[in-house]
Ligand binder design. Sequence first.
Ligand code: SF4
Length: 323
Amino acid sequence: MNIEPLIKVKGLTKYFPIKTGFRRRTSGYIKAVDGVDLEIFAGETFGLAGESGCGKSTTSRCILRLIQPTGGEIYINGQDIAKLSSREMCSVYRNMQLIFQDPYASLNPRMTVEKIIMEPMIVHNLYTSAERKNKVNELLEVVGMNSHHATRYTHEFSGGQRQRIGIARALAVNPHFIIADEPVSALDVSIQSQILNLLKKLQQEFEITYLFIAHDLSVIKHVSSRIGIMYLGRIVEIADKKTIYTKPLHPYTQALLSAVPIANPEAKRERTILEGDVPSPANPPRGCTFHPRCRASLDICRIESPSLRDVGEGHRVSCHLYN
Ligand code: SF4
């Protein structure tokens, strides 16, 4: 039986023009997202990992249409939303929310917690005024805070508490799909696990599907069911969590995983050091964009870009070694 994905992204691109000169002419493009294909199934957590600047956040913002993609298709429950108008997107946003990376910058310091959580309900014209107040109190309890926090301002809270407020705001419209963009990277390690466990608990309670973005592979491992690895605007490998962590195929995934510390002082793992810097997305290398840093590079890698191929059981990899 074929299960239809909740989110399906095909050939997604986002190019930012480079403007130069007095007349601000377009002299090139930064290819932040360059042909991303992925599917996310209802109820799962799809982890998107990769180095900073690889296009993870731009991909998520394109899926949410917070920025307009340059090309590609984005299906949500079978409906292509890539070309919907802002007005048409309004009803879609009820089902899709974003948890931001920075709990300090993402909450308006002039608004009380109650107003922050209530705002999405007002925008989507949900509930009466009394119901909204009850809902705010209920959401604060759900995220591990108290109803008496509702009248306070965000500067009175710690980073972890602010992120809980951000999560309560995202839950305010009962979304089915949430993009969590590096939701714990700005928090202390001791707080990170609390927020990750809270997100997992909420997923079971409210049947939420997550796209979870992080550069930290230990964090991704803790929360994800399937994982996509991004490099220079493209997904280079997708598989379920166990396969990615035990049998990674792409040389880039192998190098990333070799850098993750093992919680066992006896265990030894050979570290693969990636040489060279990540090439500029304004001028990506020809062929496989990873070839200048790849130890396994073949002649064809300098000429032809590999496509993302299924190598069995949903494991897809973009590398000429597995053609
Ligand atoms: Fe390395 Fe070639 Fe595979 Fe790219 S396609 S990862 S250069 S072996």
